[in-house]
Design a protein. Structure first.
Length: 406
Protein backbone atom coordinates (compact mmCIF):
# COMPACT_ATOMS: atom_id res chain seq x y z
CA UNK A 1 0.00 0.00 0.00
CA UNK A 2 2.82 2.37 0.93
CA UNK A 3 4.55 1.63 -2.37
CA UNK A 4 1.34 2.39 -4.28
CA UNK A 5 0.96 5.72 -2.47
CA UNK A 6 4.56 6.54 -3.21
CA UNK A 7 4.02 5.69 -6.89
CA UNK A 8 0.93 7.91 -7.07
CA UNK A 9 2.92 10.69 -5.43
CA UNK A 10 5.72 10.35 -7.97
CA UNK A 11 3.23 10.32 -10.85
CA UNK A 12 1.52 13.41 -9.47
CA UNK A 13 4.85 15.17 -9.12
CA UNK A 14 5.78 14.16 -12.65
CA UNK A 15 2.46 15.44 -13.99
CA UNK A 16 2.85 18.73 -12.15
CA UNK A 17 6.37 19.03 -13.54
CA UNK A 18 5.22 18.36 -17.10
CA UNK A 19 2.41 20.89 -16.75
CA UNK A 20 4.86 23.44 -15.35
CA UNK A 21 7.23 22.90 -18.25
CA UNK A 22 4.33 23.22 -20.72
CA UNK A 23 3.19 26.46 -19.11
CA UNK A 24 6.73 27.83 -19.25
CA UNK A 25 7.01 26.86 -22.93
CA UNK A 26 3.65 28.43 -23.77
CA UNK A 27 4.60 31.60 -21.89
CA UNK A 28 7.94 31.70 -23.72
CA UNK A 29 6.25 31.26 -27.10
CA UNK A 30 3.73 33.97 -26.19
CA UNK A 31 6.59 36.30 -25.23
CA UNK A 32 8.50 35.52 -28.44
CA UNK A 33 5.33 36.35 -30.39
CA UNK A 34 5.16 39.74 -28.67
CA UNK A 35 1.87 38.89 -27.03
CA UNK A 36 2.33 41.52 -24.32
CA UNK A 37 3.05 44.34 -26.78
CA UNK A 38 0.69 47.17 -27.58
CA UNK A 39 -0.62 46.71 -31.12
CA UNK A 40 0.36 50.15 -32.42
CA UNK A 41 -0.06 48.96 -36.01
CA UNK A 42 -3.83 48.67 -35.42
CA UNK A 43 -4.32 52.22 -34.11
CA UNK A 44 -5.36 53.63 -37.53
CA UNK A 45 -8.49 51.41 -37.39
CA UNK A 46 -9.86 53.43 -34.46
CA UNK A 47 -12.52 55.96 -35.45
CA UNK A 48 -10.80 58.49 -33.19
CA UNK A 49 -7.43 58.09 -34.93
CA UNK A 50 -8.04 60.59 -37.76
CA UNK A 51 -9.48 63.14 -35.34
CA UNK A 52 -6.02 63.55 -33.83
CA UNK A 53 -4.92 65.36 -37.00
CA UNK A 54 -5.67 69.08 -37.25
CA UNK A 55 -5.30 69.25 -41.03
CA UNK A 56 -8.44 67.97 -42.80
CA UNK A 57 -6.31 66.64 -45.65
CA UNK A 58 -4.34 64.44 -43.28
CA UNK A 59 -7.56 63.32 -41.59
CA UNK A 60 -8.89 62.11 -44.94
CA UNK A 61 -5.57 60.42 -45.75
CA UNK A 62 -5.92 58.55 -42.44
CA UNK A 63 -9.17 57.08 -43.79
CA UNK A 64 -7.58 56.36 -47.16
CA UNK A 65 -4.83 54.21 -45.68
CA UNK A 66 -7.46 51.73 -44.43
CA UNK A 67 -8.21 50.77 -48.04
CA UNK A 68 -7.15 47.48 -49.60
CA UNK A 69 -3.83 47.42 -51.41
CA UNK A 70 -1.98 44.77 -53.37
CA UNK A 71 0.05 42.60 -50.96
CA UNK A 72 -0.92 45.13 -48.26
CA UNK A 73 2.02 47.25 -49.43
CA UNK A 74 0.12 50.52 -48.82
CA UNK A 75 2.05 52.17 -51.69
CA UNK A 76 0.94 55.73 -51.07
CA UNK A 77 2.71 59.07 -50.60
CA UNK A 78 0.99 62.38 -49.89
CA UNK A 79 2.19 65.90 -50.63
CA UNK A 80 0.25 68.73 -49.03
CA UNK A 81 -0.09 71.76 -51.27
CA UNK A 82 1.72 74.58 -49.46
CA UNK A 83 -0.17 77.24 -51.41
CA UNK A 84 -3.66 75.80 -50.93
CA UNK A 85 -4.68 74.38 -47.52
CA UNK A 86 -7.53 72.47 -49.19
CA UNK A 87 -5.44 70.56 -51.75
CA UNK A 88 -3.09 67.60 -51.64
CA UNK A 89 -1.47 65.23 -54.12
CA UNK A 90 -1.35 61.45 -54.08
CA UNK A 91 1.79 59.78 -55.43
CA UNK A 92 2.47 56.09 -56.01
CA UNK A 93 5.39 55.08 -53.81
CA UNK A 94 7.85 53.48 -56.23
CA UNK A 95 9.82 51.99 -53.33
CA UNK A 96 6.81 49.78 -52.61
CA UNK A 97 6.53 48.17 -56.02
CA UNK A 98 6.31 44.36 -56.09
CA UNK A 99 8.18 43.88 -59.32
CA UNK A 100 8.11 40.09 -59.48
CA UNK A 101 4.39 39.58 -59.09
CA UNK A 102 3.31 42.92 -60.60
CA UNK A 103 5.98 43.84 -63.18
CA UNK A 104 3.72 46.28 -65.03
CA UNK A 105 2.53 47.99 -61.82
CA UNK A 106 -1.09 47.40 -62.76
CA UNK A 107 -2.06 46.20 -59.28
CA UNK A 108 -0.18 49.14 -57.82
CA UNK A 109 -2.31 51.56 -59.83
CA UNK A 110 -5.47 49.78 -58.71
CA UNK A 111 -4.25 50.34 -55.14
CA UNK A 112 -4.10 54.08 -55.80
CA UNK A 113 -7.78 53.96 -56.71
CA UNK A 114 -8.80 52.07 -53.58
CA UNK A 115 -7.18 54.81 -51.48
CA UNK A 116 -8.87 57.62 -53.39
CA UNK A 117 -12.35 56.13 -52.98
CA UNK A 118 -11.95 55.82 -49.22
CA UNK A 119 -10.83 59.45 -49.14
CA UNK A 120 -13.91 60.44 -51.15
CA UNK A 121 -16.30 58.52 -48.88
CA UNK A 122 -14.70 59.95 -45.73
CA UNK A 123 -14.84 63.43 -47.24
CA UNK A 124 -18.55 63.16 -48.07
CA UNK A 125 -19.33 61.93 -44.56
CA UNK A 126 -17.45 64.84 -43.00
CA UNK A 127 -19.05 67.55 -45.09
CA UNK A 128 -16.48 67.99 -47.84
CA UNK A 129 -16.94 68.03 -51.56
CA UNK A 130 -13.98 65.98 -52.82
CA UNK A 131 -12.81 66.74 -56.36
CA UNK A 132 -10.31 64.19 -57.71
CA UNK A 133 -8.26 64.95 -60.82
CA UNK A 134 -6.23 62.03 -62.13
CA UNK A 135 -2.73 62.69 -63.47
CA UNK A 136 -2.92 66.49 -63.12
CA UNK A 137 0.67 66.85 -64.35
CA UNK A 138 0.34 64.32 -67.16
CA UNK A 139 0.63 60.54 -67.34
CA UNK A 140 3.73 58.50 -66.61
CA UNK A 141 6.70 57.93 -68.85
CA UNK A 142 6.29 54.15 -69.07
CA UNK A 143 9.90 53.72 -70.16
CA UNK A 144 11.03 55.21 -66.83
CA UNK A 145 8.12 54.17 -64.66
CA UNK A 146 9.60 54.26 -61.16
CA UNK A 147 11.21 57.66 -61.72
CA UNK A 148 8.00 58.95 -63.25
CA UNK A 149 5.97 57.79 -60.25
CA UNK A 150 8.17 59.87 -57.98
CA UNK A 151 7.89 62.92 -60.22
CA UNK A 152 4.22 62.92 -61.20
CA UNK A 153 1.21 62.63 -58.90
CA UNK A 154 -1.47 60.05 -59.49
CA UNK A 155 -4.13 62.52 -58.43
CA UNK A 156 -4.84 65.97 -57.12
CA UNK A 157 -7.46 66.02 -54.37
CA UNK A 158 -9.23 69.32 -53.77
CA UNK A 159 -11.62 69.85 -50.87
CA UNK A 160 -14.42 72.37 -50.61
CA UNK A 161 -17.27 72.71 -48.18
CA UNK A 162 -20.35 70.80 -49.32
CA UNK A 163 -23.75 72.46 -49.00
CA UNK A 164 -25.27 69.28 -47.53
CA UNK A 165 -24.68 65.54 -47.76
CA UNK A 166 -26.41 64.03 -50.79
CA UNK A 167 -27.58 61.02 -48.80
CA UNK A 168 -26.68 61.12 -45.15
CA UNK A 169 -27.84 57.55 -44.49
CA UNK A 170 -25.83 56.05 -47.35
CA UNK A 171 -22.77 58.16 -46.59
CA UNK A 172 -22.83 57.14 -42.92
CA UNK A 173 -23.19 53.45 -43.74
CA UNK A 174 -20.32 53.47 -46.23
CA UNK A 175 -18.15 55.53 -43.91
CA UNK A 176 -18.77 53.11 -41.05
CA UNK A 177 -17.73 50.24 -43.32
CA UNK A 178 -14.30 51.85 -43.80
CA UNK A 179 -13.38 50.59 -40.33
CA UNK A 180 -14.10 46.95 -41.18
CA UNK A 181 -11.49 44.61 -42.72
CA UNK A 182 -11.42 44.94 -46.50
CA UNK A 183 -10.61 41.26 -47.14
CA UNK A 184 -12.11 38.12 -45.61
CA UNK A 185 -10.38 34.85 -46.54
CA UNK A 186 -12.63 32.61 -44.46
CA UNK A 187 -15.21 30.19 -45.81
CA UNK A 188 -18.35 31.79 -47.25
CA UNK A 189 -21.85 30.39 -46.94
CA UNK A 190 -22.98 28.20 -49.82
CA UNK A 191 -26.13 30.23 -50.54
CA UNK A 192 -25.93 32.48 -53.62
CA UNK A 193 -26.32 36.22 -53.34
CA UNK A 194 -29.87 37.39 -52.79
CA UNK A 195 -31.57 39.39 -55.56
CA UNK A 196 -31.19 42.54 -53.46
CA UNK A 197 -27.47 41.93 -52.96
CA UNK A 198 -26.88 41.12 -56.63
CA UNK A 199 -28.96 44.05 -57.86
CA UNK A 200 -27.21 46.49 -55.52
CA UNK A 201 -23.81 45.40 -56.80
CA UNK A 202 -24.94 45.58 -60.42
CA UNK A 203 -26.42 49.06 -59.89
CA UNK A 204 -23.22 50.68 -58.62
CA UNK A 205 -22.23 53.49 -60.99
CA UNK A 206 -19.23 52.67 -63.16
CA UNK A 207 -16.99 55.08 -65.09
CA UNK A 208 -17.05 54.84 -68.88
CA UNK A 209 -15.23 51.77 -70.11
CA UNK A 210 -15.38 50.06 -66.70
CA UNK A 211 -17.90 47.34 -65.82
CA UNK A 212 -18.79 44.91 -63.01
CA UNK A 213 -19.55 41.31 -63.93
CA UNK A 214 -21.09 38.85 -61.44
CA UNK A 215 -20.91 35.06 -61.86
CA UNK A 216 -23.11 32.77 -59.77
CA UNK A 217 -24.05 29.74 -61.85
CA UNK A 218 -22.58 26.40 -60.82
CA UNK A 219 -20.71 26.15 -64.12
CA UNK A 220 -19.22 29.64 -63.87
CA UNK A 221 -18.18 29.20 -60.24
CA UNK A 222 -16.48 25.89 -61.01
CA UNK A 223 -14.72 27.22 -64.09
CA UNK A 224 -13.39 30.32 -62.38
CA UNK A 225 -12.39 28.24 -59.37
CA UNK A 226 -10.40 25.95 -61.66
CA UNK A 227 -8.54 28.98 -63.04
CA UNK A 228 -7.82 30.11 -59.48
CA UNK A 229 -6.35 26.75 -58.53
CA UNK A 230 -4.28 26.45 -61.70
CA UNK A 231 -2.84 29.92 -61.20
CA UNK A 232 -2.08 29.22 -57.53
CA UNK A 233 -0.18 26.09 -58.54
CA UNK A 234 1.84 28.07 -61.09
CA UNK A 235 2.67 30.84 -58.62
CA UNK A 236 3.64 28.35 -55.93
CA UNK A 237 6.22 26.94 -58.33
CA UNK A 238 7.89 30.27 -59.10
CA UNK A 239 10.55 30.75 -56.46
CA UNK A 240 11.25 34.44 -56.98
CA UNK A 241 7.54 35.30 -56.67
CA UNK A 242 7.13 33.27 -53.48
CA UNK A 243 10.34 34.79 -52.10
CA UNK A 244 8.98 38.28 -52.77
CA UNK A 245 5.89 37.46 -50.75
CA UNK A 246 7.94 35.78 -48.04
CA UNK A 247 10.10 38.88 -47.65
CA UNK A 248 7.10 40.93 -46.50
CA UNK A 249 5.74 38.32 -44.09
CA UNK A 250 5.77 39.64 -40.52
CA UNK A 251 6.21 36.73 -38.16
CA UNK A 252 5.48 38.43 -34.83
CA UNK A 253 4.25 41.57 -33.08
CA UNK A 254 7.72 43.12 -33.06
CA UNK A 255 7.99 42.90 -36.85
CA UNK A 256 4.41 44.03 -37.38
CA UNK A 257 4.99 47.10 -35.23
CA UNK A 258 8.26 47.85 -37.01
CA UNK A 259 7.01 47.56 -40.61
CA UNK A 260 3.20 47.91 -40.38
CA UNK A 261 2.61 46.59 -43.90
CA UNK A 262 2.79 43.23 -45.68
CA UNK A 263 1.46 39.83 -44.63
CA UNK A 264 0.91 38.20 -41.24
CA UNK A 265 -0.88 35.20 -39.79
CA UNK A 266 -4.05 37.30 -39.42
CA UNK A 267 -4.37 37.08 -43.20
CA UNK A 268 -4.97 33.36 -42.72
CA UNK A 269 -7.80 34.11 -40.31
CA UNK A 270 -5.82 33.23 -37.17
CA UNK A 271 -6.56 35.41 -34.16
CA UNK A 272 -6.64 35.46 -30.38
CA UNK A 273 -4.36 33.25 -28.30
CA UNK A 274 -3.68 30.84 -31.18
CA UNK A 275 -2.30 33.72 -33.23
CA UNK A 276 0.47 34.20 -30.69
CA UNK A 277 1.21 30.50 -30.50
CA UNK A 278 1.54 30.33 -34.29
CA UNK A 279 3.61 33.52 -34.42
CA UNK A 280 5.95 32.27 -31.72
CA UNK A 281 6.45 28.97 -33.51
CA UNK A 282 7.06 30.65 -36.88
CA UNK A 283 9.58 32.98 -35.24
CA UNK A 284 11.39 30.04 -33.66
CA UNK A 285 11.15 27.86 -36.75
CA UNK A 286 11.12 30.14 -39.86
CA UNK A 287 11.04 27.09 -42.11
CA UNK A 288 7.37 26.72 -41.22
CA UNK A 289 6.67 29.60 -43.60
CA UNK A 290 9.28 28.99 -46.28
CA UNK A 291 9.91 26.66 -49.17
CA UNK A 292 7.62 23.66 -49.48
CA UNK A 293 5.79 24.55 -46.26
CA UNK A 294 4.85 27.99 -47.64
CA UNK A 295 3.82 26.40 -50.93
CA UNK A 296 1.58 23.89 -49.18
CA UNK A 297 -0.04 26.58 -47.03
CA UNK A 298 -0.67 28.80 -50.05
CA UNK A 299 -2.24 26.03 -52.14
CA UNK A 300 -4.33 24.83 -49.21
CA UNK A 301 -5.61 28.34 -48.44
CA UNK A 302 -6.58 28.87 -52.08
CA UNK A 303 -8.38 25.54 -52.16
CA UNK A 304 -10.32 26.46 -49.03
CA UNK A 305 -11.36 29.74 -50.63
CA UNK A 306 -12.41 28.11 -53.89
CA UNK A 307 -14.35 25.35 -52.14
CA UNK A 308 -16.45 27.85 -50.20
CA UNK A 309 -17.28 30.47 -52.81
CA UNK A 310 -20.87 30.96 -53.96
CA UNK A 311 -20.08 33.74 -56.43
CA UNK A 312 -17.26 35.53 -58.20
CA UNK A 313 -17.16 39.06 -59.52
CA UNK A 314 -14.84 40.87 -61.91
CA UNK A 315 -14.08 44.45 -62.78
CA UNK A 316 -13.44 44.60 -66.50
CA UNK A 317 -12.21 47.57 -68.52
CA UNK A 318 -12.49 48.21 -72.24
CA UNK A 319 -8.74 48.88 -72.43
CA UNK A 320 -5.90 48.92 -69.92
CA UNK A 321 -4.96 52.54 -69.38
CA UNK A 322 -3.51 53.82 -66.12
CA UNK A 323 -6.68 55.85 -65.62
CA UNK A 324 -8.85 52.75 -66.06
CA UNK A 325 -6.68 50.87 -63.59
CA UNK A 326 -7.15 53.60 -60.98
CA UNK A 327 -10.88 53.82 -61.68
CA UNK A 328 -11.11 50.05 -61.21
CA UNK A 329 -9.57 50.44 -57.76
CA UNK A 330 -12.04 53.17 -56.86
CA UNK A 331 -14.91 50.97 -57.98
CA UNK A 332 -13.55 48.02 -56.01
CA UNK A 333 -13.45 50.09 -52.82
CA UNK A 334 -17.05 51.13 -53.42
CA UNK A 335 -17.93 47.45 -53.88
CA UNK A 336 -16.17 46.47 -50.64
CA UNK A 337 -17.92 49.18 -48.64
CA UNK A 338 -21.31 48.49 -50.19
CA UNK A 339 -20.77 44.79 -49.63
CA UNK A 340 -20.27 45.37 -45.91
CA UNK A 341 -23.63 47.14 -45.72
CA UNK A 342 -25.21 44.07 -47.38
CA UNK A 343 -23.55 41.55 -45.07
CA UNK A 344 -21.13 40.44 -47.80
CA UNK A 345 -17.39 39.88 -47.76
CA UNK A 346 -14.89 39.89 -50.61
CA UNK A 347 -11.44 38.49 -51.31
CA UNK A 348 -9.34 39.12 -54.43
CA UNK A 349 -7.98 36.01 -56.15
CA UNK A 350 -5.49 37.81 -58.35
CA UNK A 351 -2.96 35.14 -59.30
CA UNK A 352 -4.44 34.40 -62.74
CA UNK A 353 -4.28 38.14 -63.54
CA UNK A 354 -0.58 38.48 -62.79
CA UNK A 355 1.67 39.24 -65.72
CA UNK A 356 4.98 37.48 -65.25
CA UNK A 357 6.19 35.00 -67.89
CA UNK A 358 5.22 31.75 -66.17
CA UNK A 359 1.60 32.93 -65.85
CA UNK A 360 1.33 34.24 -69.41
CA UNK A 361 -0.42 31.27 -71.06
CA UNK A 362 -3.08 30.91 -68.36
CA UNK A 363 -3.53 34.68 -68.12
CA UNK A 364 -4.06 34.90 -71.87
CA UNK A 365 -6.64 32.10 -71.86
CA UNK A 366 -8.50 33.72 -68.95
CA UNK A 367 -8.45 37.13 -70.60
CA UNK A 368 -9.72 35.78 -73.91
CA UNK A 369 -12.63 34.10 -72.15
CA UNK A 370 -13.70 36.91 -69.82
CA UNK A 371 -12.48 40.08 -71.51
CA UNK A 372 -12.46 39.52 -75.28
CA UNK A 373 -12.07 42.28 -77.86
CA UNK A 374 -9.08 43.91 -76.19
CA UNK A 375 -10.59 44.26 -72.73
CA UNK A 376 -8.78 43.62 -69.44
CA UNK A 377 -9.92 41.92 -66.26
CA UNK A 378 -8.52 44.28 -63.66
CA UNK A 379 -9.83 42.46 -60.60
CA UNK A 380 -11.19 38.99 -59.86
CA UNK A 381 -12.65 38.39 -56.42
CA UNK A 382 -14.89 36.02 -54.53
CA UNK A 383 -18.09 37.32 -52.97
CA UNK A 384 -20.31 35.83 -50.30
CA UNK A 385 -21.61 35.86 -46.76
CA UNK A 386 -18.69 35.09 -44.43
CA UNK A 387 -19.02 32.31 -41.88
CA UNK A 388 -16.83 34.16 -39.37
CA UNK A 389 -15.29 37.60 -38.90
CA UNK A 390 -11.73 38.26 -39.93
CA UNK A 391 -9.01 40.07 -37.94
CA UNK A 392 -7.82 43.58 -38.74
CA UNK A 393 -4.48 43.86 -40.53
CA UNK A 394 -1.47 46.14 -40.22
CA UNK A 395 -1.64 49.78 -41.22
CA UNK A 396 1.08 52.42 -41.35
CA UNK A 397 0.90 55.64 -39.38
CA UNK A 398 -0.60 58.40 -41.51
CA UNK A 399 2.38 60.65 -40.85
CA UNK A 400 4.59 58.15 -42.68
CA UNK A 401 2.65 58.89 -45.88
CA UNK A 402 3.61 62.59 -45.85
CA UNK A 403 6.69 63.75 -47.72
CA UNK A 404 7.49 67.42 -48.32
CA UNK A 405 5.16 70.03 -49.73
CA UNK A 406 3.97 70.58 -53.29
Amino acid sequence: MAKKKQLFKLLRMLLVGVLAVCLVLVAAIYLISGGFMKQTYLEPWSKSYAANEADPRVRLAASGLLAASSHNMQPWKIKLDASDPMAFYLYADSARMTKEVDPDARQMMISQGTFLEYVAVAGEKNGWRVAITLFPNGEYDEANLAKSMDAKPVAKVLLSKADAPKDATTNSALYGAIFLPDTNRSAYEAAPLTPVQADTIAALPCPGGVAIKLYQTEQDVKQIGDYAMQSAAIEAGVGRVMDEAGAIFRANEYQKDQYRYGYSVEGQGTSGFMKHILQGLVTLFPGMNRGSAATKTFISATQTSVDSTPAYAMIVTAGNTRTQQIESGMLYSRLVLSGHTLGLAMQPLSQVLEEYPEMHALYTAFKQQYAPSGGTVQLLFRVGTPTKPTPLTMRRDVQSLLWGNA
